[in-house]
Design a protein around this ligand. Structure first.
Ligand code: APR
Length: 251
C-alpha cells in the first residue's frame, strides 16, 4: 500500500497533507482524544471553550502553562520531516494543520496553513494587540497587555471562528488537490474535518495515515495506511526517493 501510495503521489499534479495531533505524538505532545490524550486529563468544556477562558482565564492559563513546557521541549518527528522532504521533492503543495505547535515549520515545511492558529503568539482580548509568546513571562497568570486586557494564546478555542485567511486558503487547497494525505487526526472537529470531504467531492484520492481507523476510513478515505505517522511517512519518502523513482513524474 505504501508503494501504491507513492505511485499515486508521483502521478498526481497536486498533493496536500492535512494533519492532526497524531503527527506530534512522537514529538512528545499528547493528542486530545487518545487513551492518554489531553481531554482525558482536562475537560474541554472547562478548559477549551472561549466561554471558559472568559469566565476564568487564570484556570485555563494554568493548563496552557503546563502545555507550554511540553511545546518548548518538543522537536519535529520523522513524520514532520518526511512531509517537509515531500515538499522539497516537489511532491507536496502544502500542509494544512490543526496543530498549534509550529513543528511543521521547524521541520522545514514552507507552506503551512495553521487552521487553528498558533501557540507562537498571544493576543489581547481587549485591544487586539499581538505579543510574541517568548516575550511574555508566565509567572503571573493570566498574563496582561499594556492596556491591562488579558492575553489569550493566539489559537482557536471552541466557540471561536477559524482565522479567515487560513480557512479560505485551506478550502482552496482541498478543492484543488488530486491526493490528500490525512495524517493523525480523528476528524471529529468541524469545520476542519470538512476538508477531506471537500477534497473528495472535488475528485481527490484520500489516503489516511493513522494508528487506527477513524470515521473517515468508513465514509471518505480511499485507503488507510495503518501505523505510526513517522514510520509510514518515512517509508513513503523512501519509496519516492528510491533510485529510478526520482519523486516528480507528471503524466
Ligand atoms: N501516528 C499516527 N496517528 C496517530 C498517532 C501516531 N503516532 N498517535 C495518535 N494517532 C491518531 C489517533 O488514532 C487519532 O485518530 O491521531 C488522532 C488524534 O486525534 P485527536 O486526539 O482527536 O486530535 P485531532 O484530530 O488533531 O483533534 C482535532 O480537536 O481538540 C481539538 O483543537 C483541537 O486541533 C484539535 C482538534
Amino acid at each position: 500500500m505504501i508503494h501504491k501510495t507513492a505511485q499515486t503521489i508521483k502521478r498526481a499534479k497536486k498533493v496536500v497533507a492535512f494533519t492532526g495531533a497524531g503527527i506530534s505524538v512522537e514529538s512528545g505532545i499528547p493528542d486530545f482524544r487518545g487513551p492518554s490524550g489531553l481531554w482525558e486529563k482536562y475537560d474541554p468544556m472547562e478548559y477549551a471553550t472561549i466561554e471558559a477562558f472568559h469566565a476564568n482565564p487564570k484556570k485555563v492559563w494554568n493548563m496552557h502553562k503546563e502545555m507550554a513546557v511540553l511545546l518548548e521541549k518538543s522537536r519535529p518527528s520523522p513524520a514532520h520531516r518526511a512531509l517537509a522532504r515531500l515538499e522539497e521533492m516537489g511532491n507536496l503543495s502544502s500542509v494544512i494543520t490543526q496543530n498549534i505547535d509550529y513543528l511543521h515549520q521547524e521541520a522545514g515545511s514552507k507552506r503551512v496553513i495553521e487552521f487553528h492558529g498558533t501557540s507562537k503568539d498571544l493576543v489581547c482580548i481587549l485591544c487586539g494587540q499581538y505579543y510574541d509568546r517568548r516575550m511574555v513571562k508566565l509567572n503571573v497568570l493570566p498574563p496582561q497587555c499594556s492596556c491591562s486586557g488579558v492575553l489569550k494564546p493566539n489559537f482557536v478555542f471552541f466557540g471561536e471562528p477559524i482565522p479567515w485567511g487560513a480557512h479560505l486558503e485551506a478550502k482552496e487547497e482541498a478543492a484543488s488537490c488530486e491526493v490528500m494525505l490525512v495524517v493523525g487526526t480523528s476528524a471529529v472537529v468541524s469545520p476542519a474535518c470538512d476538508l477531506p470531504i471537500i477534497a473528495k467531492q472535488h475528485g481527490a484520492i484520500i489516503v489516511e495515515v493513522n494508528i487506527e481507523e477513524t470515521q473517515l476510513t468508513r465514509f471518505i478515505s480511499d485507503w488507510i495506511l495503518k501505523g505510526s505517522a513517522s514510520d509510514i511517512l518515512s517509508r513513503l519518502v523512501g519509496e519516492l526517493s528510491a533510485p529510478g523513482q526520482i519523486g516528480i513524474e507528471r503524466s
